[in-house]
Design a protein around this ligand. Structure first.
Ligand SMILES: [Zn+2]
Length: 84
């Protein structure tokens, strides 16, 4: 079973105790949103999102699976180039 902690009050409990509302998760102890701080997009995600916009606008040229794959391939290439 996975655990979640609340960045607001320090609550640390089972993920299934978390209150789900409107697709977001809330701490049962203090009511603030939890888990969001665990899912911050990384720089790689940002690059992938940028690539995704271009790839997905290709009018069905690529399948969703390919768009996802190519987006992250492009992101990895960006990260590699960024280090030069
Ligand atoms: Zn809390």
């Amino acid at each position: 079973m996975s655990k979640t902690n609340c960045a607001h009050c320090g609550w640390d409990g089972d993920t299934d105790k978390v209150i789900s509302k409107a697709g977001l998760e809330f701490c049962p102890a203090c009511g603030n949103g939890v888990g969001l701080h665990h899912e911050q997009p990384t720089l790689r995600d940002h690059f992938a999102m940028a690539a995704l916009v271009g790839l997905a606008s290709g009018n069905g040229l690529y399948s969703p699976g390919d768009v996802a794959k190519y987006s992250y391939m492009a992101a990895d290439a960006m990260l590699k180039e960024r280090k030069r």
